[in-house]
Design a protein. Sequence first.
Lengths: 341, 313, 380
Amino acid sequence: MSEPLLQIDGLCKTFHVAKSASGNTRLKALDGISLTVGRGETLGLVGESGCGKSTLARTLMMLETPDAGTVTFEGTNPFGLRGKELLSWRRRVQMVFQDPFASLNARMSAGAIIAEPWATHRNLYPSSREREARVRELLHMVGLRPSDARKSPQEFSGGQRQRIGIARALALNPDVIILDEPVSALDLSVQAQVLNLLNDLQQELGVSYIFISHDLTVVRHVADRVAVMYLGRIIETGDTEEVFDHPRHPYTAALMSASPKLDVTGAKRDRIVLQGELPSPLDPPSGCRFRTRCWKAQDICAEVAPEPRVATAADGTLHLVECHFPLESVRGLTGATTAAG
Amino acid sequence: MKSSITEPAVEGNLTLFRLLLKDRFAMVSALVLILIGLTAVIGPVLMGDLATKQNLLFANKAPFSLAYGWEYVLGSDSLGRSMLARLVVASRTTFSVALPAVAAALVIGSLWGVWAGYHRGWRENVSMRIADVIMSFPSLLLAVVVLYVFSPSAGNIVLILALTRIPIYLRTARAESAELQSRTFVDAARTFGARPNAIIGRHVIPVVLPTLLTLATLEFCYVMLAESSLSFLGIGIQPPDVSWGLMVSQGRQYLQTAWWLSIFPGVAIVVTTIAANVLAAWLRIATDPAQRWRLALPRKRLIVRIPVKEAKP
Amino acid sequence: MKTAAQTVLTGQPRASDVVLSVQDLAVDIRTHRGTVRAVNGVGFEARAGETLALLGESGCGKSMTAKALAGIMDPVCDLAGGEIVLNGTDLAALTPKERLKFAGPELGIVFQDALTALNPVYTVGTQLGEAFRIHRGLSAKEAKAEAIELMKRVGIPEPESRVNSYPHQFSGGMRQRILIAMAVALNPRLLIADEPTTALDVTVQAQIMQLLRKLREEGQMAVVLITHDLAVVAEEADSVAVMYAGNVVESGPVSEVFSDPRHPYTKGLLESVPVHVERGAHLKSIAGSPPELHDIPAGCVYQSRCPLVQDICRAERPRLLPVNGSAAVVQTGAEDDADNGLGADADLDGGNYAGNFAGTRPPRPGRVAACHFSKELNNV
């Protein structure tokens, strides 16, 4: 196992919002997130909308300031940095956004978009000749033609735009790229192209990915480890195969079960269809946050918030779960696709 | 010759010019503006002292007649001064007041608004309250007070007109900028560590500017009329200087007997404003890469149905 | 809530009667680059109590087809030909005014974006009751009672108190339920669902799909499900029509089409899904992107991305022809005996097909694919 490159400990972020039904104005978007990302590793981050995964991404990109907790990146906490040091930290962590249309300024050419980070990080490629050469190189890396540099974003398809977004994230030679739903806006056939590209880039550059997605099939394909979020907490984390094949948290099991499977045998699965919807993050349930929708909930779940506990430690990877009554072994939930593993 | 591929995608001015040639209305507007501009620059020299030369023999002559010589083709006022010459001379005065006033208000208001909208928070609140105060104070009253205290020089008129119109740009720029600063591409720029001012310059202003320019052309009309009402109160342009606005207000009492006295300068104001506005609207579309295709669109195609190229099954 | 469903359901069609039959449907769009054909010669059948999926990527014409069925096309679009036979009436031949009578009692539609499909200034109850007031002439009070009944039917908790709420006061999943309730208010024979769960979270998506299934069973509705999600098709649909660049390129029962695709596009799509693939291994993606509508080539629509492309594909557009799926299924190996047996019989006699389902079914069109080389597809 690679040593952690990025370590997140107890990260909290609270937003102040207009009054909710209960008069609560504090929205705890992140409530003690702890994660590690190894060098060259892909961490999948899974959860439904409103679970805080985008806030986590924005906080790591320092678009939001956390209330508590630390982020350690090669021994330094970026939130204490200022000026030049902060700038050099920003270079190490970059992001690819979900919407390939909104994330590119329509008034700039593809080349200018890719070169934009260097306007701030001037010493990276000081001469304009170096920059142009690097833009061509980046375009080539993401599978576009050098002549595409002069085109404006609307001349590209969605998949090509996402390639430009990836090239822009690579422009600063980062060590970690946060991919916020990078393929969910793309068509299936194009999605596979972009996933392949991301995979190739990782092998070539050794970059780590934090891959945020609601599409479990995609996460299963790309992630080495996976973390499942629910209402601002990581409720289960572990090796991808382990979590997908033996989910221990009821929510993880339900999530896996609810996501449609491309199962050509036509056999009907028994699905866990969760009742109700995500509670408002403004008024999260007491104790365990999932208890309102959990079929295993008991009295203790309402009183005591479960601590993370080790479920299994296969291949030296911790499989942590936050549940008072973790599932022992769930069969038939992950469908026929898991037989190979 | 070798344009850098990393430069912003402002496609050459040549392309813009070609697009202009395609759009008939924008083209005519551009020509009109050029004509008016040239008139304001070199016209007064050509007219010499015709504008101030009184000739009571030719007082209140109706326009469109060459009987009294070319200079009276647009008629004359009650002192027998040539309307044509007066219009030409007034154009320079008008522009030398209205243009700086509009430009100053545009620059100050826009930058302020963009800054306030980008940062939100207290900067936005304070800015908006200041704008409210200026807006709610009757601008004419403000002008009267200031111009009574200080001398009604052209510079002071410009200053007053600019000051009272700043909130217009401030509000628009703030609203657009506040919306833009939440866009993903702005977030992307933040993740590189770009400074706020760099982001404002690179991402916010280019998007907001066309809207503000369109607004400015409308304001141009307003400022000209505001200047005329100041002149009407006797604290604006001082005779023998003359402006279009002043001519309109002076001619108003003769509307029954000599309509041309206020109609011609009025037409001049309207034509200038419309031309500027059409051109600004065109520019707004032409500089937006996402909308530029509209200009290449033959107008009727969307309505008329054209049979499909038959695809072989 | 059962009673509500049953009282109106008198004289319901028998299961698997053909409710909707579409033939040679063509839709033109007028654009600034000239008129383009967005839907070209599309045909399919939807049967009572079954779900037909229209599968395709963005811009393939699937939503345009749905809008043409419902008669709610944009003003720049024209129905250029074809038949839309709903319970014996050709909708395509009717005037827009005559078609209005069909919206509601015969045909309901569910949109993707529930927030924009609902009017924010009216209460949910008003909007739900509208159908009853228009088509049944009920009073506002009676309509409200019906609305409450309807909300119960689609599983909205506390309908009595929530009937007076506005759309923004509901969550995304609940709004989608309301939209579905509006579509099924008058127990239509046909329900068109245009990407009904795309905007929703996975767990909510499962709830909505469960609801659609339940309503389909109750009312013996025919459901046309428009989606880009292969997994949703695999789980929810009985038959599928795969669309590409405005054309149906392959159709047939889902289990057969997905286990043994006979068109390279279907095959490519299935292989693009990262299942059955080693983690991190290369996915078989389809190179390139779909053709622009104004630039569709003369021959096969898929030629620019097809690995099998030959000269004939560039010259001649393949027609939808029956494919003999059986031989190929045997070749692929004995993964699933039941399925193989079924596939072998399906082409010989449609009646045998019923083995997979309860009850006897009328003969149905077999599998068709529009490819010159559908037989050679296994070698790719």
